[in-house]
Write a protein that binds this ligand. Structure first.
Ligand code: TRP
Length: 449
């Protein structure tokens, strides 16, 4: 098949890195990571997390890039092309399903950021005591109209970017938003670190307490690293197919994982010193950044301004990620079903909206509708991050390490033999033995424990 490389995807390596880092950096880093860390004992979780990112995350992200770029195709097409007729295409279907589920619950929290941007611009949180701040959060999230409305707006925004295409939409938007995100984050770090009593929060973040670690923590840290890097379900396969043939996949993956971990760490640096400085609870769960930080903003000088900056930051992070989620679905619909990009974008967004509304309402009218003791929202989160992603990753390593020819892996990684990729032996060892073994052990112990 003739491939017109540079018309299909990103125009530069920087564009590819920023777009994929945009997909990776998201609510996962700024909303989910801090509360997972808060609930799993702080520093020890961070250490395990970083270990998983380096040992399994980077090699697997690279694997997804290799698969996507080799096949020049969306996730379903990629497994069909590279896997022959052996059922590996199911891994692609798995990816589409996962993207749907994630996008459905992710867009709920993304919508919340819009509400909080509006609220903080209007000064709607200023001067409220902690009880009133918590009440604002719960009466908003438990409502029906407004959370669904903001979720819809977020889906619409994402849909517009995707309709504009890979280069003019995804790449351009990422090139503007990612530097803005970093700047805002650094600004917030300075504020947080200069608070009186910041040290205790830093200690919580950085000082490991290994007595808190157990199998569930390990599974949570693994799930978090996959969720944050967007790996395990072929999301990066789609972006991999847009990376230029001359770009080096190892360094590209390292940059992306580096950006992603840095943002998670900096988000921790923003959040925990502030949480401790104002005596809030670091283990308060999913509402950590919304309720706890709102209180924090209320008690600091010029907090109103910092609240706006923070929620804009959160919104930007969420947007570049929802873009990557929708692109998985749209690339599939365009390439496999031959829909027009605009139609695909519209229909996929609508489908996600229909499922997503149930996730939104699971905080309100559907609060008591529980499956296995979890609301729909929690269930979607748990199924994807703790099961689909690790299992998807395990199957991918089995396919690519054991069934796909090593020579072809080497050929793609070395850009057709034009340079010698670093540490290929190590990469292949991780792909073939270490990653599947580690994944199997963790999945099983998570299931049993
Ligand atoms: N990585 C994103 C975050 O940290 C979430 C995300 C975006 C994702 N696209 C994905 C997760 C695809 C899994 C698969 O917020």
């Amino acid at each position: 098949m003739a491939v017109i490389e540079n018309q299909r995807g990103f125009t530069s390596n920087l564009g590819a890195i920023l777009a994929a880092a945009g997909g990776a950096v998201g609510l996962g880093n700024i909303w989910r990571f801090p509360y997972m860390l808060g609930q799993n004992g702080g520093g020890a979780f961070l250490l395990v997390y970083v270990f998983f990112v380096l040992l399994i995350g980077v090699p697997l992200m690279m694997t997804e890039f290799i698969i996507g770029r080799r096949a020049q195709s969306n996730v379903v097409g990629a497994y069909r092309k590279l896997g022959g007729n052996n059922g590996w295409i199911l891994l692609g279907v798995f990816g589409i399903l996962g993207a749907f589920l994630i996008y459905a619950f992710y867009s709920v929290v993304a919508g919340w950021t819009l509400n909080y941007i509006v609220l903080s611009c209007k000064g709607g949180l200023a001067g409220k005591d902690p009880a009133a701040v918590a009440e604002t959060f719960s009466s908003f999230t438990q409502g029906s109209f407004w959370p669904v409305f903001y979720q819809f707006i977020f889906l619409l925004l994402t849909g517009l970017v995707i309709t504009m295409g890979v280069q003019k939409g995804i790449e351009k938007v990422s090139k503007v938003l990612m530097p803005v995100l970093f700047t805002l984050l650094l600004f917030m770090c300075v504020r947080s670190l200069t608070l009186e009593g910041a040290g205790e929060g830093l200690r919580f973040l950085l000082k490991p307490d290994f007595s808190k670690l157990n199998a569930t923590c390990l599974l949570s840290a693994l799930g978090q690293s996959f969720f944050s890097l967007s790996i395990g379900m072929g999301a990066m396969v789609t972006y991999g197919s847009y990376i230029r043939k001359q770009d080096k996949l190892f360094s590209t993956s390292l940059w992306i994982a580096g950006c992603d971990s840095l943002v998670a760490l900096l988000a921790g640096v923003v959040i925990f010193p502030a949480v401790f400085a104002f005596g809030m609870d670091p283990a308060s769960g999913p509402e950590l950044v919304y309720i706890v930080l709102s209180n924090v903003f209320n008690s600091m000088p010029a907090g109103g301004l910092f609240a706006i900056v923070f929620f804009v930051l959160l919104g930007i992070a969420a947007l570049t990620s929802t873009i990557s989620l929708l692109e998985i679905l749209v690339a599939f619909a365009v390439e496999e079903l031959h829909w027009k990009r605009r139609t695909a974008s519209l229909v996929c967004s609508l489908l996600v909206f229909i499922i997503g509304v149930f996730c939104t309402l699971s905080f309100g009218v559907l609060k008591d509708f529980k499956i296995a003791d979890r609301t729909i929202f929690d269930l979607f989160d748990l199924i994807t991050a703790s099961y689909l992603m690790p299992i998807g990753a395990l199957l991918m390593t089995i396919f690519f390490g054991w069934f796909y020819p090593k020579a072809e892996v080497y050929d793609e990684l070395s850009n057709g033999g034009t340079y010698k990729p670093r540490a290929f032996g190590l990469y292949y060892f991780i792909l073939r033995y270490l990653a599947p073994l580690a994944l199997a052990v963790i999945i099983i112990s998570g299931l049993v424990g």
